[in-house]
Design a protein around this ligand. Structure first.
Ligand code: CA
Length: 377
């Protein structure tokens, strides 16, 4: 039985059991015997030609030097240059300097560029399953999605799906847990959410839509003025570090803790032919440097968020929690969205079942360990 069949079969079996089980089926769905990085490292025999510098074009979905995401990928390129002794150069093209920010997937797929740095949820129009690779509301934390990708079958599914587009992805950062967002008025009940115009993209937007919110998509540069003028009533963005820079607290002072993006990953994805042409040493360097970028970006978000939170508090911003009925409505809406999308797309179902099997086991472990600890710290 191939890996995908195995996952699907095991997962469908587990889905027929009661929710949240630590049952035999979801234990079977996690195959620890394969590590995707190891396979890639041993399959190549091409070596570096020291007389020939390799240059790769990498386009991003962020403006130049954009905090954490933009600066993180710039450090990644510097690191590759350093550890390759200058034999591999990754040239960074910020958003719109070579291709538009949200055209990087197609440009890389066609070979116009060799790589891109962005987020998988942007490509849900290609395949709804891709949004799951960024994570789901009430789903994986940053630590859990890393662990699912590396050891729980995530990378195998992602790479299988992206291969159809001639692409080879790596995790390239994680925003860490995001805040629920900024509201012009306090949210005291589910009734307060009805008809609310909110900037909230992706799967989370679909969940909020089922809760009565009207999700709006806006370019980053228009969010502040839209909030200020009341064109929208609320926005989510990322977390204290990036939200503070956007100044949302001045026009929408009610700031809520979040559950809609608990650990969204970013990606550094390569054109498959460009990747395969690389010497095995260069491939290994990219694997190491992308892993470093992935963890460093996660930790940098944490480091910047803790400072920005204290600054926001000094500015008088109160951090609020959604009423319980909103959390319950969010969970119910999420199940509906996941079921609907699973019924429409087999890939979505495969990925979601893999995530669910892993998450059910992980939740149980976190309950008796991390959650216990944090409740008592
Ligand atoms: Ca967000």
């Amino acid at each position: 039985m191939n890996r995908r069949k195995f996952l699907t079969t095991a997962s469908l079996t587990s889905a027929s059991f009661a929710l949240g089980g630590c049952n035999e089926s979801n234990r079977q769905a996690i195959d620890y015997s394969k590590h995707p990085e190891k396979k890639e490292l041993t399959s190549k025999a091409v070596h570096i030609n020291k007389n020939k510098k390799v240059v790769m074009k990498l386009a991003t979905s962020w403006p130049a030097h954009f905090p954490i995401m933009g600066t993180g990928v710039e450090k990644f390129a510097q690191r590759i240059n350093q550890i390759s002794g200058g034999s591999l150069e990754i040239k960074i093209y910020p958003k719109n300097t070579l291709v538009p920010g949200l055209a990087v997937f197609d440009a890389c797929s066609s070979g116009q560029i060799d790589a891109f740095h962005s987020g998988p949820y942007y490509w849900k129009g290609k395949n709804s399953a891709f949004s799951l690779y960024s994570g789901i509301p009430f789903g994986f934390t940053a630590e859990e999605i890393n662990s699912w990708m590396l050891f729980g079958g995530g990378y195998e599914l992602w790479r299988e799906h992206y291969a159809r587009y001639n692409l080879y992805p790596f995790m390239g950062g994680n925003t860490n847990i995001q805040m629920g967002g900024w509201y012009r008025k306090p949210i005291k009940s589910l009734a307060d959410m009805q008809g609310l115009k909110m900037r909230i993209p992706g799967l989370a937007g679909e969940v909020f839509s089922k809760m009565g919110v009207n999700p709006i998509l806006l370019p980053a540069g228009e969010i502040y003025t839209s909030l200020e003028r009341g064109v929208i009533d609320a926005t989510e963005w990322v977390g204290p570090a990036l939200d503070l820079k956007m100044g949302f607290y001045k026009v929408a002072p009610y700031y809520y803790s979040g559950w809609h993006e608990p650990g969204s990953i970013l990606e550094v994805t390569f054109n498959k032919h460009s990747w395969q042409k690389l010497a095995s040493e260069h491939q290994a360097m990219i694997e190491v440097a992308s892993s470093e970028m992935n963890s460093n970006m996660t930790y940098e978000f944490h480091a910047q968020n803790i400072l920005a939170l204290s600054q926001l508090k000094e500015l008088g911003v109160s951090i609020l929690e959604y009423p319980q009925e909103i959390i319950e409505a969010g969970k119910k809406s999420l199940v509906e969205v996941l079921n609907e999308q699973s019924a429409q797309n087999e890939d979505f179902q495969d990925v979601y079942q893999s995530i669910k099997s892993y998450l059910d086991l992980s939740k149980e472990w976190d309950r008796v360990s991390l959650k216990y600890f944090l409740n008592h710290r």
